[in-house]
Write a new protein. Structure first.
Length: 186
């Protein structure tokens, strides 16, 4: 886990979490404090929520991550295998054209300028799994058609070393996808 942890506000309202789980954030955090969650691993907290509190799988993760972030046990964008950021852009081109801008090194070079990436898996017009040029971090790129002439790309960059690297890559991908949009729409 990261060394510099800051408290973050829950990502969902009290009303929303109570409607789905029967408790507000404060109530969940009190339950977890009483159970000794500050000394538990992520997996132990989710197991406790599932087995002792009857919380469903998705909500176990939601409550656990928000508790960890609120108590400073986990930083924003932190995951068990490092930090992860996600950046998306909607582009005024068909999804096939957007996908092609990622599909080959030559096409990527026209806007990304990075040829030292390794495409591990690709499903045309849907998704790509890519090893980033550092050979440590990973990209998950998803493509979504919005209409015949509009589509969205979402780049999730995972296994980043720390919060600083995550912030740097979030900015990097924002600029890169803006350049991509200019390139393919132009």
């Amino acid at each position: 886990m990261a060394t510099a942890k800051s408290k973050t506000a829950p990502r969902m309202s009290d009303d929303a979490v109570k409607a789905k789980t029967g408790k507000t954030w404060a109530q969940w955090f009190a339950v977890l404090e009483k159970a000794g969650a500050k000394k538990m691993t992520h997996q132990e907290i989710t197991r406790y929520l599932s087995e002792k509190q009857g919380v469903g799988p998705w909500w176990c993760q939601m409550v656990t991550v928000n508790y960890e972030q609120q108590t400073g046990l986990r930083a924003s964008h932190e995951r068990p295998d490092g930090f992860s950021v996600s950046v998306s852009r909607t582009v005024n081109v068909p999804v096939t054209k957007l996908y092609k801008s990622f599909a080959t090194a030559k096409a990527r070079d026209s806007w990304l300028g990075q040829t030292a990436v390794q495409v591990r898996k690709a499903t045309p017009n849907k998704s790509m799994r890519v090893t980033w040029k550092d050979q440590k971090s990973s990209l998950e790129i998803n493509f979504y058609p919005k209409s015949a002439d509009k589509s969205q790309v979402v780049v999730q960059h995972s296994k980043l070393a720390n919060a600083s690297e995550a912030a740097k890559m979030k900015t990097y991908w924002g600029k890169a996808l803006d350049l991509l949009r200019e390139t393919v729409e132009g």
